[in-house]
Design a binder for this molecule. Structure first.
Ligand code: PEP
Length: 249
């Protein structure tokens, strides 16, 4: 089912003390909402965060995982390790993973399949670089990112997929896609999925926008019909800002 979702990508921020403090403030200030609210502390603080939020409606999700079940992959974390501590959703394909850690479409496809095989929910991130948008190649690029990582999935996999369109030029830059640019791309994504799979899948998948969403622009972006919420970086680290964004949905 198409859900409204606001998810915080904490990246490599907040130590244990900072994580606990932010989670406490978020829990205390969370408004009554039908939207799903998610936060993603760093790996080392995930188990603690799950415990801390056990009576809260806020879901703890992971920022990444490896595709292998286990083995000689120093520094990596498997789906089972996440499930074991109560994490059921994982972000895959964030542009920072693609840019700084060499994650290709091929690797991401394996990760998506491994998460789904373990009955996890995947928040799949994708989006164009500034040069792609300037040269008018952004639709092609987004289509190929989706195709390479997701289009060989079974129809049955789709209820466990959340999409997060994140134009790289808008991430952490303070520059956001206009609500119209976001809507135009989200509608394109839905059409592309309808053509590759079917209309039901396309209508039911939640598509989040990510890229400098702030309290001041969230409501306008979220008001667009094909935008089902946001993946929030910087503003998710400030409780009042994140809560304001949750209220905007
Ligand atoms: C992100 O990194 O997913 C993101 C959207 O960051 P920011 O909100 O800071 O642009």
């Amino acid at each position: 089912m198409r859900n409204k979702i606001v998810a915080g990508n904490w990246k490599m921020n907040k130590d244990l003390t900072g994580t606990e403090a932010l989670l406490e403030e978020l829990s205390a200030k969370l408004p009554d909402t039908n939207a799903k609210v998610m936060v993603s502390p760093t790996f080392v603080n995930l188990a603690n965060a799950v415990q801390k939020l056990k009576d809260s409606k806020i879901e703890v999700i992971a920022q990444n995982m490896h595709f292998a079940e286990n083995g000689a992959y120093t520094g990596e974390i498997s789906a089972n390790m996440l499930l074991n501590i109560g994490i059921n959703t994982v972000i895959i394909g964030h542009s920072e993973r693609r840019a700084y850690f060499g994650e290709t479409d091929e690797i991401l496809s394996k990760k998506v399949k491994a998460a789904l095989a373990n009955n996890m929910q995947v928040m799949f991130c994708f989006g164009e670089e500034l040069e792609d948008r300037k040269s008018g190649n952004h639709f092609n690029l987004v289509e190929s990112q989706l195709k390479n990582a997701l289009f060989d999935l079974d129809l049955a996999a789709w209820p466990n997929i959340i999409l997060a369109y994140e134009p790289v030029w808008a991430i952490g830059t303070g520059e956001t896609a206009s609500p119209e640019q976001a809507q135009e791309m989200h509608a394109f994504i839905r059409k592309t999925i309808a053509e590759a799979f079917d209309t039901d899948i396309a209508e039911n998948v939640s598509i989040l926008y990510g890229g400098s969403v702030k309290p001041g622009n969230a409501e306008e972006i979220f008001s667009k019909p094909d935008v089902d919420g946001g993946l929030i970086g910087g503003a998710s680290l400030v409780a009042d800002d994140f809560i304001a964004i949750v209220k905007a949905i």
